[in-house]
Design a protein around this ligand. Structure first.
Ligand SMILES: NCc1[nH]cc(CCC(=O)O)c1CC(=O)O
Length: 296
């Protein structure tokens, strides 16, 4: 059997995530030969601007897509939350993994026990900044770029009083011990897909070696959360958050949108999980009604 090549960003977290998927493939298909192919993406190369400033979509995926299309890789492992909405039909998503902890967390500098009000809290997205302002009124909030380990170095060098990061990334990096506070998803609604890995391959390929690796719950949630973001995209480019939770056969989706005045609009919908995509679109529709700046 041919070797399956897994394409990954070269950051430590991306490699660990790819290795998690490789371990899962090996556990279900011990005969499959696997090889890791790492590469730098645009988002890894441009480090002097925030992601919102660089703009554009797919900052972390263009190079991975090219590798799939050219046959240099057979599977891309993505953080679902970094994955753009538009997927080239030649390289469709093969599915999603089980969700790791979806929460955002606060991390203090090494050896520091309390938040120092004289320095800003660093965070990398407008979604986090908006929700942080409500949690820490009066605290300065500043952008921080780079992969997780780079951000932690900046924190430990004294540039920030704290950072907000995803629990999932820190846990996968073995850095759970750095977490000083978990925000509930009510306090800080996560990005769509946070904690879930998305797997992408080429259309028409035999993917039997992926059986057992994909997760049904993760997939219901990822599909619904992404549908919410997709339905609001194309309006003004403002922070969006979405988080779905399954209970029995039901899916409960919470969506958050921040309008141009900085007002956060947050709504929840519950229904049969099979209708997650529809429910998410309806939720987005309700939010559009409540927000005049959005195209109807
Ligand atoms: N944008 C970077 C990124 N993409 C995915 C994760 C964490 C892992 C995940 O959400 O699955 C992170 C780091 C962070 O936001 O702290």
């Amino acid at each position: 059997m041919k070797t399956i090549r897994i394409g990954s960003r070269e950051s430590r977290l991306a490699v660990i995530q790819s290795e998690l998927v490789m371990d899962a493939i090996r556990a279900h298909h011990p005969d499959v030969a696997l090889e890791l192919v790492t590469m730098k993406t645009t988002g890894d190369k441009i480090l002097d601007r925030t992601l919102d400033q660089i703009g554009g979509k797919g900052l972390f995926v263009k190079e991975l897509d090219a590798a799939l299309l050219e046959g240099r890789a057979d599977l891309s492992v993505h953080s679902c939350k970094d994955l753009p909405m538009d997927i080239d039909p030649r390289i469709p998503l093969a599915g999603f993994t089980r969700r790791e902890d979806p929460r955002d967390v606060l991390v203090l500098p090494e050896g520091v026990a309390e938040l120092d009000n004289s320095k800003p809290i660093g965070c990398a997205s407008a979604r986090r900044a908006v929700q942080l302002r409500a949690l820490f009124p009066g605290m300065e909030i500043a952008p921080v770029r780079g992969n997780v380990l780079t951000r932690l170095r900046k924190l430990d060098e004294g540039q920030f009083s704290a950072l907000v990061l995803a629990a999932a990334g820190l846990k996968r990096l073995g850095l759970e011990g750095r977490i000083s506070r978990y925000f509930t998803v009510e306090e800080m609604l996560p990005a769509a897909g946070q904690g879930i890995l998305a797997l992408q391959s080429r259309a028409g390929e035999d993917l039997s070696w992926l059986s057992g690796v994909l997760d049904e719950e993760g997939t219901w949630c990822a599909v619904a959360e992404r549908a919410f973001v997709r339905a609001l995209d194309g309006g003004c480019s403002s922070p969006i958050a979405a988080h779905a939770v399954l209970s029995g056969g039901e899916i409960c989706i919470t969506g958050l949108y921040v309008d141009e005045e900085g007002t956060a609009i947050r709504r929840t919908v519950t229904g049969p999980r099979e209708q997650g995509e529809n429910l998410a679109e309806r939720l987005a529709g309700e939010i559009k009604e409540a927000c005049p700046c959005l195209e109807k």
